[in-house]
Design a protein around this ligand. Structure first.
Ligand code: ADP
Length: 276
């Protein structure tokens, strides 16, 4: 890393896909234990940014640095929960097997059943609140329980950075709130920086330390109170929008805006549409 104690440095990164500019001059950093929301409408570049951090997409300018944990056997730099994993109900894998794959996956063919590894898996299953379902088939678990198991899979090697691509999509309101509380606690307990993408910031308001808001291929990044403001988001969208707080929710309104601005606004469409 170039500077101090950050876990992640996204250093003026620009990305083009198939010759088309998708991200321009994205710059932010995360410290250990920070919880950061990556907010943007569909197509704003959230997945592309996460893939760039993972090293799956090469930036055309700038660079990404991820700190590796110094200590511990098997510790890794990045844990990743990808978007929309659909698990076949007939898959003959128990919840504990999925978590175990996170630990042993890089060493397939050498089944690791040592006491220390078994203890690590049990500890991880408990930490995400699925110890009681450890021996159930993954396909038999609810969406929220499956998401917890996938988080345990990603965290079992104690990464310094956890990336999650739209982990709240398709969850009901209660499961969404529970997963956010869980991730907030895990970030603090494990000193893991969490970067979580979503199209609606509202479920994350109470948890996030930082926000990276994507629009027009650019990002506004900082503390929520610095970024979720009419002036900042208007500049990012290139159009006057209003940031309004209603009953504890943030609503981004672009009155009279052309359709492409509406389409580019990161929001919860159901609730926002009710605001005239
Ligand atoms: P999000 O995750 O926010 O929905 P994505 O990162 O998936 O956004 O996509 C950002 C933009 O890049 C979109 O306009 C999408 O159409 C485009 N895109 C994604 N993958 C490719 C690709 N392989 N080639 C060209 N354009 C792409």
């Amino acid at each position: 890393m170039k500077t101090g104690s950050e876990v992640l440095l996204v250093d003026h990164v620009s990305v083009a896909l198939s010759g088309r500019s998708v991200l321009r001059d994205i710059h932010f950093k995360l410290a250990p234990g920070e919880f950061c929301a990556l907010i943007g409408a569909n197509g704003s570049g959230k997945t592309t940014l996460l893939k760039t951090i993972l090293g799956l997409v090469r930036p055309e300018a700038g660079a990404v640095s991820v700190a590796r944990p110094a200590e511990r056997d098997g510790a890794t730099g990045i844990g990743y929960v990808p978007q929309r994993i659909s698990l076949d109900p007939s898959l003959p894998l128990r919840a504990r097997d999925v978590v175990s794959l996170g630990l042993d996956g890089g060493r397939l063919g050498l089944p690791l059943t040592s006491r220390a590894h078994r203890a690590r898996i049990d500890q991880m299953l408990s930490a995400v609140g699925v110890a009681d379902f450890a021996d159930r088939r993954i396909g038999d678990l609810s969406g929220g329980q499956q998401q917890r198991v996938l988080i345990a899979h990603a965290l079992v090697r104690r990464p310094s950075l956890l990336l999650l691509d739209e982990p709240l999509a398709n969850l009901d309101v209660r499961s969404t709130a529970e997963i956010v509380v869980l991730l907030r606690r895990l970030a603090t307990d494990y000193h893991t920086a969490v970067l979580l993408s979503a199209h609606d910031m509202n479920p994350l308001l109470s948890a996030m330390d930082r926000i990276v808001y994507l629009a027009n291929g650019c990002a506004a990044a900082g503390k929520p109170e610095e970024i979720v403001r009419t002036e900042v988001l208007s500049q990012l969208y290139g159009y006057h929008i209003d940031v309004v707080r209603v009953h504890g929710r943030v609503v981004v309104i672009a009155a009279g805006a052309p359709d492409e601005i509406h389409a580019a606004i990161a929001k919860d469409p159901v609730h926002t549409a009710e605001i005239p």
